[in-house]
Design a protein. Structure first.
Length: 153
């Protein structure tokens, strides 16, 4: 097993990895993401119902007992009808960076203009999961009616 120096919010950092970035922030290293959780149709209906009734990702984690990352991944996939690579940090040069006011303004403008998730992520240099999660936390996108319909058949 790999020797680990410490654990950060995005995973364990190998002992031989640089301890800090030039600005003193933790390194933007993360092991490959865990495989996505398999959700039943019934679990997805409950997830969307709880979300549609105002719960955020942390509330859903607490109420339903699912890991918050699993909740975020599934919500992003359902709300944005996204089926591509969702969390490839190597393709996101700004992975792990804090969103600035400028980032949030650009994200809001793209979201209001109806841009696709992948386009927003590429423009901001972030992962689709990161952008989708940010939108869920700040703008509360509605559940597309066709997603409700598909899950309730």
């Amino acid at each position: 097993m790999e020797n680990l120096k410490r654990t950060t919010w995005f995973g364990a950092v190998p002992e031989d990895h640089d301890a800090e970035t030039p600005d003193g922030a933790p390194p933007r290293y993360r092991p490959d993401p865990e495989p996505e959780r398999a959700w039943t149709r019934a679990e997805q209906v409950v997830l969307l119902d709880v979300y549609a009734n105002g719960a955020d990702i942390d509330d859903i984690e607490e109420r339903l007992g699912f890991d918050r990352r699993d909740v975020a991944v599934r919500l992003v996939r359902l709300l944005f009808e996204f089926d591509g690579e969702i969390d490839c940090a190597a393709a996101a040069p700004r992975f792990g960076e804090t969103y600035s006011l400028r980032d949030d303004g650009a994200l809001d403008a793209m979201f209001q203009a109806g841009c696709q998730l992948e386009e927003m992520a590429t423009t901001l240099g972030r992962t689709p999961l990161g952008v989708g999660w940010r939108l869920i936390d700040t703008r509360r996108p509605a559940v597309p009616p066709e997603v409700w319909h598909r899950l309730q058949q």
